[in-house]
Ligand binder design. Structure first.
Ligand SMILES: *[C@@H]1O[C@H](CO)[C@@H](O)[C@H](O)[C@H]1NC(C)=O
Ligand SMILES: *[C@@H]1O[C@H](CO)[C@@H](O)[C@H](O)[C@H]1NC(C)=O
Length: 454
């Protein structure tokens, strides 16, 4: 009897269980699953919890609109990278995590709903169920939220109704740059954002109340810049449509000079050195002297052209322009110096020729014979002078001598230029230039770097 009763209850149990199992499988009722799978009575699924949380919620209405209070949006940022600062377009590109926090009292819910879901909040992978602020970047040329491999956006809804929204954003923003001190300049670039449509009476932005509401990734490294300062500001802007509250972050970039030293300043200095080479060359080698000067000037033109390609067409002088122009000036002046030496040399030669003419000597034969020893000219001339003086008055012999003399001069000059320097030592102008040109250039450099590095 006892046995039969026991068997009966077991049978009944099996029947009830399979009954429940099959009804649940057929209907997929939420309650069934809750009861059948766990046995913890009040555990909800995620979708059920969301249904409960968002019941009667209108995402088109901002929080606190019924109370007539503004909603406070607290913001913090983490800058991952600033990877382009363009002088030409006057903008920069920045990638950062943008986090906004606010409270929506309509979304308060019982902590129990988060039970068994891994964290004490509800996590949403899109913002399309909730109201969120229409923040926009005022000075952005372009901006996007990253979406590889999935849209980089996350929302957490806490039981007390506070909401945390995080986005990964890349913004290319305008940055007005004053390039007067380029490349020894520092630039302050700003990122400004506010609500697109809601006035300060509806949305108030605030930087998170920590010492660093904007953090920078430690491993960030810009090729041309160092970030030397980071400042955050809260600003009120008044437009026709009302008073708007906006946040600003000011990033101070300091340009690294190394690139410009290597690419512009050093070549410039070397070219100026090169342009001084003719001062140590023979005054008679006018062609070679001018060739060196012209080459240096042309190289500098090319160099400064390449540099200014990547610069905005500003109408003022940049620091680097002053330097390049000084180099130009130094080169042009050494060019002029070569010219002056040439003219002075020519003048001397003319004088010599005139003297020779006055003395009237049949040089031709002797010059041609002794064409290898041209510096003996003066001696030869004096010999001849004595000779002619003996032979009678100079004037009578002149007409037939003129042709011969000019021939002699040409031969003499040709022979001398080829073989040996006409003059020993340097021309007086060259000797002055040896000190004057480097002296002035060094003085200029001292003043220049003192002005711009201070
Ligand atoms: C389950 O919910 C009921 C009301 O629906 C509540 O009284 C009870 O305390 C909850 N149980 C647990 C374990 O939270
Ligand atoms: C927003 O912040 C202000 C000042 O901190 C505070 O007085 C106000 O109550 C806050 N508003 C809300 C809706 O919490």
């Amino acid at each position: 009897m006892k046995m039969r009763l026991k068997l009966g209850s077991v049978l009944l149990g099996i029947i009830t269980f399979s009954n429940v199992f099959y009804t649940c499988k057929a209907s997929r009722a939420a309650g069934c699953r809750r009861r059948a799978t766990t046995g913890k009575l009040n555990m909800t699924t995620r979708s059920e919890a969301l249904e409960i949380i968002f019941k009667g919620y209108d995402k088109h209405v901002r929080p606190y609109s019924q109370e007539g209070k503004p909603v406070n949006i607290t913001v913090n940022m983490r800058i991952n990278s600033v990877y382009e600062v363009h002088e030409e377009e006057m903008d920069y590109t920045m990638r950062f995590a943008f986090r906004q926090k606010w409270t929506d009292p309509r979304l308060k819910y019982n902590v129990e709903l988060t039970r068994g879901k891994g964290h004490p909040y509800m996590q949403l992978e899109s913002a399309n169920r909730i109201w969120y602020p229409d923040t926009f970047f005022m000075n952005a040329r372009s901006a996007f939220i990253h979406d590889v491999t999935k849209r980089n956006l996350g929302v957490r809804v806490f039981p007390d109704g506070s909401i945390y929204m995080s986005q990964k954003i890349t913004v290319t923003a305008e940055c007005q740059m004053d390039l007067r001190k380029f490349p020894m300049d520092t630039q302050v670039c700003t990122l400004m954002f506010e609500s697109f449509f809601h006035t300060a009476a509806e949305i108030v932005f605030k930087w998170e109340n920590t010492d660093k509401p904007v953090a920078i990734s430690k491993d960030m490294n810009l090729p041309h810049f160092d970030i030397v300062a980071l400042e955050t500001k809260e600003v009120n802007n008044v437009y026709k449509s009302g008073k708007f509250n906006s946040l600003e972050v000011h990033i101070t970039f300091q340009r690294r000079l190394g690139f410009y030293i290597i690419q512009i300043y050093l070549p410039c200095v070397f070219l100026v050195f090169l342009s001084w080479m003719p001062f140590w060359m023979d005054p008679g080698e006018t062609g070679d002297r001018l060739a060196v000067g012209i080459t240096a000037v042309l190289t500098l033109v090319f160099l400064s052209g390449a540099m200014n390609n990547k610069m905005p067409k500003v109408s003022y002088m940049k620091a680097i322009d002053w330097y390049v122009i000084a180099c130009f000036l130094a080169m042009v002046l050494s060019f002029v110096e070569s010219m002056a030496v040439f003219r002075a040399g020519e003048h001397n030669q003319k004088k010599e020729a005139k003297d020779a003419e006055d003395w009237g000597v049949p040089l031709t034969k002797r010059i041609i014979d002794n064409s290898n020893e041209c510096y003996d000219m003066k001696e030869m001339m004096s010999d001849e002078t004595e000779l002619t003086a003996e032979n009678g008055p100079v004037r009578d012999r002149r007409p037939r001598l003129i042709r011969l003399q000019s021939l002699a001069k040409t031969t003499l000059r040709g022979a001398c230029n080829k073989k040996t320097p006409k003059k020993k030592g340097h021309h007086k102008i060259d000797r002055i230039s040896h000190i004057l040109f480097p002296g002035i250039f060094i003085a200029f450099n001292v003043i220049y770097w003192l002005i711009y590095m201070s």
